[in-house]
Structures are given as structure tokens and as C-alpha cells.
Design a protein around this ligand. Structure first.
Ligand SMILES: NC(=O)c1ccc[n+]([C@@H]2O[C@H](COP(=O)([O-])OP(=O)(O)OC[C@H]3O[C@@H](n4cnc5c(N)ncnc54)[C@H](O)[C@@H]3O)[C@@H](O)[C@H]2O)c1
Length: 264
């Protein structure tokens, strides 16, 4: 029996911006391996299809919904697609973008663009999904970041502020729905070796040098993988975490403890 056998999971951002394993792609595949039927949601239909095809090739069950979740109408469409699939037990909100820069360097348009994806889309998806989640005692997992709670090696103020707000949204949902059978939790990845990280942090950088530099910042001496993040999400989404709600679970090889205790 899989750890989420018989459940219906929706992964928002189930594709990947590049070759290899992104966090959303790994989460979608892991939920399916553990017995869930997965709705792969992405604004890039082809990327969602790639993940769904991987799942089906392994004998799992997957469907696709293409839409930009910054649009409340598309988020409603996602919920309707989940209903048509059979229901919704797990909402996994993976999407998140960043633009580089501190307060001085960040233009308002970039600030708004980052908040639209990292926070507004989370709100739209949460509102659309809750009526379905409430029916069967569901769980929400939001993928935040270590940057939501402490300052690390990069400056990206919109990302930091929006991820902090995402963690507050998670806790508000956790308390509002604690008596209504829905749990909400966050995963806070640290340095994770994904196509997304490689594309936005080091364009033009030698990939091996970038990977080494990122690994060197982590107390465990390595970057995490998309599977490290997916396994933590799977635990929070599963019945094994039935008494866990409102937590921020770091998946970071000790980095948050280091930066947190050092004051950034
Ligand atoms: N890699 C790291 O080091 C790291 C560290 C901390 C947190 N994270 C978090 O992990 C998440 C990204 O994980 P990933 O590797 O799957 O990234 P990714 O960039 O590969 O994104 C996955 C998918 O999300 C889709 N997407 C983006 N915006 C969307 C929108 N508005 N509507 C619908 N789909 C949209 C993209 O098309 C893409 O296919 C983010 O929330 C990020 O903040 C990553």
C-alpha cells in the first residue's frame, strides 16, 4: 500500500523549467508512486504533459490541467478539473519565482510579478480547493523557502517577503480549518539542485562551479535534491502527519539553523 493510496493530489507547477528533476515534477511523480491519482497543473501545458507521461509510463494515474494560477478563474478551473477527476485530498502548491535585488534595486513591477505567483496564486488555489478538501479531510502543502524565514546568501527582497507571507497564509488556513478536517503546512527548501535554481541563480555560470559553491554553503556539504523536498511534502500530505498542522518544515541540510543562529 502506498503512503497516499487512493487519494487525489493536485500539484500546482508539476512541470519543470528545464531538463531533470524540479521540485514540482518530483512531487507529482512521488505522490503517484505512493498511490495517488495526480492532476498535473502548469501554465506550460507541455511541461505538465511531460510529467503526466512519466507517471503513466510507470503505471500511475495522471491528468493535466493547463492554466496560469495567478488568474482566479484558472484556479477555479483547476478545482473543477480536480472534481471531475474524482476529488481533491492533497493540494501541493509548488510555484514560486524570484527577481534579483534588495529594496533599492527592486522595481514595483517586479515586486508585483513575484507576489502574483508566490502569494496571490496560492490564495486563489487555496480558496478554490478548500471546498473540495473539506469534503474528505484534506491537506495542503505549500512550498516556501528558507528565504521566507531568514536572510541567506542571495538578495531578493520580493521573494523573501512573499515567501514569509506564504508561511503566514499557511498558518491562517491551518487554524481556520483545524476543526474542519483540513491541515496546512509548509516545506522550506534550502539549497536544492534543480533546473530552476540553475537557471535563475547562475545564468552563464559553469554548472559544476555553481553546484560546488552552493554545496559549500550547506552544513551537510551538499545540495538537496528535488526528492528530498518531495519526501518531506509527502509526509506532510499523508495520514502519517494527521496531527501536524501549521508547521514550517526545513529541508536544508542544516542551513537554516546556521543562518538563523548567526542572524543572517
Ligand atoms: N531549487 C531551490 O534551490 C529552491 C529553494 C527554495 C525554494 N524553492 C522553491 O521550489 C519551487 C520551485 O520548484 P521547481 O523546481 O518545481 O521550479 P520550476 O521553476 O521548475 O517550476 C515548476 C513549474 O511551475 C510552473 N509555473 C510557474 N508559474 C506558474 C503559474 N503562474 N501558474 C502555473 N504554473 C506555473 C512552470 O511553468 C514550471 O513548469 C518554488 O516555490 C521555489 O521558491 C526552490
Amino acid at each position: 500500500m502506498g503512503r497516499v493510496a487512493g487519494k487525489y493530489a493536485v500539484v500546482i507547477g508539476a512541470g519543470s523549467v528545464g531538463e531533470g528533476w524540479g521540485n514540482g515534477k518530483a512531487a507529482a511523480v512521488l505522490y503517484a508512486r505512493e498511490g495517488a491519482t495526480v492532476l498535473c497543473v502548469d501554465r506550460n501545458a507541455e511541461a505538465a504533459e511531460t510529467t503526466a507521461a512519466l507517471i503513466r509510463d510507470e503505471g500511475g494515474a495522471a491528468e493535466v490541467f493547463a492554466g496560469d494560477m495567478t488568474d482566479p478563474g484558472a484556479a477555479q478551473g483547476m478545482a473543477e478539473a480536480a472534481r471531475a477527476m474524482g476529488g481533491l485530498d492533497i493540494l501541493h502548491f509548488n510555484i514560486g519565482i524570484s527577481t534579483p535585488g534588495g529594496v533599492e534595486q527592486t522595481g514595483f513591477a517586479d515586486w508585483q510579478k513575484v507576489f502574483a505567483v508566490n502569494l496571490d496564486a496560492a490564495f486563489h488555489c487555496t480558496q478554490a480547493a478548500l471546498p473540495l478538501l473539506e469534503q474528505g479531510g484534506g491537506a495542503i502543502v505549500y512550498i516556501s523557502s528558507l528565504a521566507g524565514e531568514s536572510n541567506g546568501p542571495y538578495r531578493y527582497v520580493g521573494y523573501e517577503a512573499s515567501k514569509a507571507a506564504l508561511q503566514r497564509l499557511s498558518k491562517s488556513v491551518a487554524i481556520e480549518y483545524a476543526h474542519r478536517g483540513v491541515r496546512a503546512n509548509c516545506v522550506l527548501p534550502g539549497m536544492i539542485d534543480t533546473p530552476h535554481a540553475a537557471s535563475f541563480i547562475g545564468p552563464g555560470t559553469d554548472p559544476e562551479a555553481l553546484a560546488e559553491a552552493r554545496a559549500a554553503k550547506v552544513p551537510m556539504g551538499r545540495q538537496g535534491t528535488a526528492w528530498d523536498v518531495a519526501e518531506a511534502a509527502l509526509f506532510l500530505a499523508s495520514d502519517a502527519a494527521g496531527f501536524v498542522t501549521g508547521v514550517d518544515l526545513r529541508v536544508d541540510g542544516g542551513m537554516g539553523t546556521l543562518f538563523g543562529s548567526a542572524g543572517g
